[in-house]
Structures are given as structure tokens and as C-alpha cells.
Design a protein around this ligand. Structure first.
Ligand code: PGA
Length: 255
């Protein structure tokens, strides 16, 4: 099954308004004719509208880094799915390990977000991944199975077709340590198996599974060549137009 590669830039809490606009403009100039890859940029909330104005005539899509699972109400400091839709957002990163570790998000809460996104026309990018000590103690698959099953609780097979999963080993995020292509492939194949158990293997075959964790132009080719790696969720390397566009070019050139 051919799955079109997806390259998503997670800017995290970087780039003010003018930096966001100039970054997305230089990215867009360089990738205008790359049609064999889907590209998503995920700026901070306050830059979403301005970035959307720069990309709305292009193929580049807009993503948010988080979302609250209610339409509106007394949730000080939070942003709803309706607000994201208003800003032109198509994708939303949910359950990033920084949200889990620094802000205490649980699988149960992330499940509410995934359900709310899917019912409100947003495409979730659900992040899962193990810590270094979980890997060392042989618990990688156990942790990932639990994250996937709990975060995707009550999701119908029809809804599951709209999912993207990102495998992000926590020990590889922002550390410069990347999972080897073989290690990443092993986990991606396992994730696809779990998705198959949940939603059937035909659907699991169509769901994109991204790798995240120190992906850059020097290792993207090897990772993206793996049969179950369908793209990248890129943090640090998405903050420089040249580097990010090199990864997009690599993904665009894959068979
Ligand atoms: P990194 O971040 O590419 O800087 O490791 C990836 C992520 O956290 O999504």
C-alpha cells in the first residue's frame, strides 16, 4: 500500500509573529512544486492566523500543537477546536511527550482530545513513545500499546481513517540521539499491528505513522525508506528553512 509521506514541523514554543511569517514564507518558496509529499507547519497558537494567510493559496497545511476538548467555556488559558478551525488549522498534534511530561496529560485526557478533534473536522497527530528507562527495561511495546489503546478508546473504524500516529521515542527528542532505522521500523511495524487489531488491517495499512526524534536531513533518507515509516514530526530541524526543506525534498523524491 502506498502512503504519501507527511512531513510536519513542530515549532514548539519558538518564533514570534514576524519570525513565524518569514520562516513559513521561505519554506513555501522552496517547496512550491513538491507534490509527492504533504507538508504541515505547526506554529504557536498566536501565529496561526498570520501563518495561514501565507499558505492558504499553497499546498502547505496548518497544524496546531495542542487543543482543549471543548468548544468553549470557562477553561482559562485554553484553546478550543472551533478556534483552531477558525484560524485555518487542519491538523492538531495531541499527546506530545512534552505535554505528557511537563503538563501532566494522561492517556484518558488525550483520548478526549482525539475524540473531540475527530468529531470536529480536525486531523489528530497522536504522539506515543517510550522513555529511555522504559526501553532499557524492555517495556517499549507495553508502553506504546497502552498509549495507543487508551488514547484511541471509543474511536470507530471510520474515524480511525483520519488518524496519523507519531512514534517519538522520548530519549530521542531534542537530544541529537536518533533511533536507528531498524529500531524505528520495528516499533512502527508493531504500531501498525496494534492499529490492525483495533481497526482492521486494511485501515491500519492506510494510516500514516511518522517518526519523531532528532530527525534531520542527514538521517531522514534512511528513516523514510523503511516500509512502515511514512513521514516525520520534526522539532529542532523544522526551525531552519533550509534544513526543513531538505527533508521535504528527500521525502518528495522517495518512490
Ligand atoms: P526534535 O523534536 O526533532 O527536536 O527531536 C521532535 C518533536 O518533539 O516533535
Amino acid at each position: 500500500m502506498h502512503r504519501k509521506c507527511l512531513i510536519a514541523g513542530n515549532w514548539k514554543m519558538n518564533n514570534g509573529l514576524s519570525e513565524s511569517v518569514s520562516l513559513v514564507e521561505s519554506i513555501n518558496k522552496r517547496i512550491a512544486d513538491m507534490r509527492d509529499v504533504d507538508v504541515v507547519v505547526c506554529p504557536p497558537f498566536v501565529s496561526l492566523s498570520d501563518v495561514y494567510k501565507c499558505i492558504k493559496q499553497s499546498l502547505t497545511m496548518l497544524g496546531a500543537q495542542n487543543m482543549y476538548p471543548e468548544a468553549k467555556g470557562a477553561f482559562t488559558g485554553e484553546i478550543s477546536y472551533t478556534m483552531l478551525r477558525d484560524c485555518g488549522v487542519s491538523y492538531v498534534i495531541l499527546g506530545h511527550s512534552e505535554r505528557r511530561q511537563l503538563f501532566g496529560e494522561t492517556n484518558e485526557f488525550i483520548n478526549r482530545k482525539v475524540l473531540a478533534a475527530l468529531s470536529n473536522n480536525l486531523l489528530p497527530i497522536l504522539c506515543v513513545g517510550e522513555t529511555e528507562s522504559e526501553r532499557e527495561s524492555g517495556e517499549t511495546f507495553k508502553v506504546i500499546d497502552e498509549e495507543i489503546r487508551e488514547c484511541l478508546d471509543n474511536i470507530s473504524a471510520a474515524q480511525s481513517e483520519k488518524l496519523t500516529i507519531a512514534y517519538e521515542p522520548i530519549w530521542a527528542i531534542g537530544t541529537g540521539k536518533t533511533a536507528t532505522p531498524e529500531v524505528a521500523q520495528e516499533v512502527h511495524a508493531h504500531i501498525r499491528q496494534v492499529l490492525g487489531d483495533l481497526f482492521g488491517h486494511k485501515i491500519a495499512d492506510s494510516i500514516r505513522i511518522l517518526y519523531g526524534g532528532s530527525m534531520k536531513s542527514s538521517n531522514a533518507g534512511e528513516l523514510l525508506k523503511q516500509p512502515d515509516i511514512d513521514g516525520g514530526l520534526i522539532g529542532g530541524a523544522s526551525l531552519q528553512a533550509t534544513e526543513f526543506c531538505k527533508i521535504i525534498e528527500i521525502a518528495n523524491g522517495l518512490e
